[in-house]
Design a binder for this molecule. Structure first.
Ligand SMILES: Cc1ncc(COP(=O)(O)O)c(C=O)c1O
Length: 391
């Protein structure tokens, strides 16, 4: 008994198997894929989650779009980022992943397509499949910076495309959506009558010199949804609080929100304590954000400095987010390198194919990792990746 929405093969891949064996033996590794901010030695104020115990949480007031103070706090947070939105265009979700699922239910029928960037975050394929829709990739191309390849996007633009997704800054390329690319996407969405969904979960993490962040909500003529959440903006993935800001022409937004309400009312998934705490958590979460920013910047500087001694390795520019991409000599496959590094050096990295890079050989590292472990692991990675490079 298995729905075809689920993967047919549940076998773990070689990297996961090897990691499991090392862990079973009690072996220690340095995890350069760690993207969980609660596990990287940041200092969380012990009472940060105290607002979850607010006594008003003893009363249940089911609101499909979320409790008003939470929606108003999210609208204020958009304003902090320079984006004007009224609270009645905000919906509260349990996570960004859930937001994707609900937008797909809202705008797509089974068999419809959404366009997703490549390389990008690997969850899209699963999120789409679970809604019985297709995630068709369009390419991002690297020419000193990452830009949308509009030829590949046009090829993917079939009759059943209902939405185009952008991730800005993108995970893992760290690239912000270029203003010109955003305008071109908006024009396509307007012409094809499809929605533009912007994953802006990392928008709070620009790295200098970064282009000014562009939100899909700035496009007044097209139906848009901007996604964010406490997971990244306040380093609090365990609270399970995300949001959607809707934008575009008034009548289309009103219709989208009215229909969205039906989806949200069916599940009512966001906990009342999390919603009541939202205004304080969004504000106080800045203490975590303000630790993540220098952590990411310092690790990136370390990576660049250590990589200078390895001319065959290129650390690609990072405009924002929590990860960096290294282009490495394609002497062995990405998978062989990752396995070798894990088995012999005790360092776990994500091979580029995990994010669907168009070709080999790339490695992705998390910049969140505790700095003293980060530098050790980076030195091992650089040495291992260049071991067979002819002198
Ligand atoms: C680009 C991107 N979007 C969304 C998410 C999921 O966020 P949430 O925890 O809100 O589901 C992640 C998590 O890593 C991500 O990298």
């Amino acid at each position: 008994m298995r729905s075809s929405r689920l993967p047919s093969n549940l076998e773990p891949n070689a990297l996961t198997r090897t990691l499991g064996e090392i862990r079973r033996r009690g072996g220690k590794i340095i995890d350069l894929t760690e993207s969980n901010p609660t596990r990287v030695g940041l200092s969380y104020p012990p009472d940060l989650l105290a607002p979850l115990a607010d006594v008003s949480g003893l009363t249940y007031d089911p609101q499909p779009l979320g409790l008003w103070p939470a929606r108003a706090a999210v609208a204020a947070d958009f304003r902090r980022r320079g984006i004007a939105i009224s609270a009645d265009r905000v919906a509260i979700t349990a996570s960004t992943s859930e937001a994707y699922g609900w937008l797909f239910k809202l705008w797509c029928d089974p068999g419809d397509t959404v366009l997703v960037p490549r390389p990008s975050y690997p969850l899209f394929e699963h999120l789409a499949r679970l809604e019985s829709i297709v995630a068709a990739p369009y390419d991002l191309e690297y020419h000193g910076s990452w830009r949308i390849d509009f030829v590949s996007l046009s090829k993917a633009l079939g009759p059943r495309v209902r939405a185009i997704l952008v991730v800005s800054p993108n995970n893992p390329t760290g690239s912000f959506l270029h203003r010109d690319d955003l305008s071109a996407l908006a024009a396509i969405c307007q012409e094809r009558r499809c929605a533009l969904i912007g994953d802006e979960v990392f928008a709070d993490y620009p790295i200098d010199p970064s282009p000014a962040a562009t939100s899909v909500l700035g496009q007044a003529d097209v139906l848009t949804a901007s996604l964010g959440g406490l997971s990244k903006s306040a380093g609090l993935p365990q609270v399970k609080l995300g949001w959607i800001g809707f934008g575009g022409p008034g009548a289309e937004v009103d219709e989208a929100i009215a229909n969205y309400e039906i989806v949200a009312d069916t599940y009512l998934s966001v906990s009342t304590p999390a919603q009541l705490a939202a205004p304080v958590l969004i504000e106080r979460g800045a203490v975590v954000r303000e630790q993540i920013r220098p952590r990411v910047t310092a690790n990136l500087a370390t990576l660049r400095e250590r990589a200078r001694a390895f001319p065959s390795i290129d650390v690609l520019p990072v405009e924002g987010g929590w990860s960096a991409v290294l282009q490495i000599p394609a002497i062995v496959s990405e998978e062989a390198l990752a396995l070798d590094l894990l088995t012999n050096d005790g360092v776990l990295v994500h091979p580029g194919y995990f994010f669907d890079f168009a070709r080999e050989a790339f490695v992705v590292v998390s910049l969140l990792v505790e700095p003293s472990a980060f530098v050790v692991a980076i030195d091992r990675l650089l040495t291992r990746a260049t071991r067979e490079v002819p002198a």
